[in-house]
Each structure stands twice: as structure tokens, then as C-alpha cells.
Design a protein around this ligand. Structure first.
Ligand SMILES: Cc1cc2nc3c(=O)[nH]c(=O)nc-3n(C[C@H](O)[C@H](O)[C@H](O)COP(=O)(O)O)c2cc1C
Length: 231
């Protein structure tokens, strides 16, 4: 399957999240294209809060970084975001990326192609904070309308992958295989219940309140007010 990976740390060989991502790629890529982005190198900018994207996504001052990432996600069957836990949350570079896609939340202009895609969040911590860091990413996937999201969240009891014990590595390898099997089984399936509920809720809000006219017009153009669904 076609995969786009966004690595939340610039570390590679020594990185636990990077090494786990390589295991998923080995299980799932099947020789199809894999597009990779490394943060912060490939998206080094913070959202300035200019609100441009809410009227027109192409007018973001950082569009030159955002456009290739959005295009690669759009072309993928599976989107992977990796993030080490930093002080119980994702590192700043991951949050900075997600902030730039606020205009793609279902409260605004979700990309219709997201609804049949799957996503995977890979989080590792030395010991704690995997749950809150995982939610940082999962919230965006759900509100972008990504059909199904899976997660690999584990404590590695280490700073570097080289320090991870054989016992942990074996357990991780088993989990990777099990999760990869689920991802393969669900390829092309429609969105899970939570994502459908968010869509119906946002359709009601968009139709009734039209808070941002360009958002409401976008929903209308897509036929979503008239009952068409993006999946
Ligand atoms: C700045 C910083 C903050 C961290 N905060 C936490 C934390 O809150 N909880 C934790 O268990 N580990 C924490 N760690 C450890 C990393 O989450 C852990 O080693 C992770 O597996 C690193 O992933 P990587 O090898 O892919 O970079 C922190 C590491 C750094 C560098």
C-alpha cells in the first residue's frame, strides 16, 4: 500500500520511533511508494495565526512546506506520524505541523479523500506520557476525517533504540505484526463510528450557523448539505 510517513524527530538509527516505523514499512509497503518527511527539517515553521488558511488553504505563508506534505498524504493509503514523548506530549515540531492543518479539521474544510484512508500513530516514551502524546496526534486524524487510526504506544525504558532490551524488541515486533495485519484487513473500509458522528455533527453546525462563509460554501459545493457523503 502507498504510505506517507512523517517522522517527528530528526533522529534515525538511534530513534525508537524511527525503528518501529521501519518495521511497519517492512510489513506493509509491498514495494509501493513510501514518501517520507522528517521534522523539523521538512516543515520548520510555526503557525503565525494569520487565519489566511481558513479562507483559502493555499495562502498559508508556509504553503511551500505544507503543500508537498498535504499532497503526499492525499496520495497515500496509510499516513504514519511518529513522535517521541517530550514532557508528556508530542515534540513542538509535530504540534507545529498539526497546527498548520487546523483548516482541514471537519469544522472547516476537510479533505474528502481522508475518509477512506487509514492512519497510524507511533509513540514511544522512556516511561510515561504515551497516552496524552498519542491523543495530540489522534485528535487531528479524527477531526481531519481519517477513516481509521491505529496506534503503537509503548514505553521503551531507554533514550536510544540501541538500549532497548531484546525482550522489549520481541514484544514490539509481535505488536507491529498484529497491528499491520489489522491495517491490511481494513484497507479501503469506510470511516469508524466516531468519525461519522463528527461529520454529521459538523454538517449540522455548518448548515445551521455558517460561521465562516467559505467553509459553508465548501460543504455545499461538495454536496454534503444535500446528503452526499465523502466516503
Ligand atoms: C526533551 C525530552 C523530553 C522527554 N520527555 C519524556 C517524558 O515526558 N516521558 C518519558 O517517559 N520520556 C520522555 N523522554 C524520553 C523519550 O520520550 C524516549 O526516549 C523516546 O523513546 C525517544 O524517542 P526517539 O528515540 O524516537 O527519539 C523525553 C526525551 C526528551 C529528549
Amino acid at each position: 500500500m502507498k504510505i506517507t510517513v512523517i517522522y517527528g524527530t530528526s533522529r534515525t538509527e538511534k530513534s525508537s520511533t524511527y525503528n518501529i516505523a521501519q518495521q511497519f514499512l517492512a510489513e506493509l509497503a509491498d514495494g509501493d511508494p513510501v514518501t517520507e518527511f522528517h521534522l523539523p527539517k521538512d516543515m520548520p515553521a510555526f503557525c503565525t495565526g494569520c487565519f489566511n488558511c481558513f479562507s483559502d488553504t493555499t495562502t498559508c505563508p508556509h504553503y511551500k512546506y505544507i503543500q508537498p506534505i498535504e499532497e503526499a498524504m492525499q496520495n497515500a493509503d496509510l499516513i504514519i506520524i511518529t513522535a517521541p514523548v517530550y514532557v508528556f506530549h508530542v515534540p513542538g515540531q509535530v504540534k507545529a505541523l498539526l497546527d498548520h492543518f487546523g483548516c482541514r479539521w471537519m469544522g472547516h474544510k476537510p479533505n474528502p479523500q481522508m475518509f477512506r484512508k487509514q492512519a497510524l500513530v507511533i509513540i514511544t516514551a522512556a516511561r510515561a506520557g504515551m497516552r496524552s502524546a498519542g491523543k495530540d496526534v489522534q485528535d487531528s486524524f479524527d477531526w481531519w476525517g481519517v477513516g481509521r487510526t491505529y496506534s503503537f504506544k509503548n514505553a521503551v525504558l531507554a533514550g536510544d533504540w540501541t538500549e532497548v532490551t531484546e525482550k522489549s524488541r520481541a514484544a514490539f515486533a509481535q505488536e507491529v505484526t498484529k497491528t499491520a495485519r489489522k491495517i491490511r484487513r481494513q484497507q479501503g473500509a469506510g470511516p469508524r463510528l466516531k468519525v461519522r458522528i463528527l461529520f454529521y455533527l459538523m454538517r449540522f453546525v455548518q448548515k445551521k450557523y455558517r460561521f465562516i462563509e467559505s467553509d459553508a460554501a465548501y460543504w455545499e459545493e461538495n454536496g454534503w448539505f444535500a446528503g452526499k457523503k465523502p466516503w
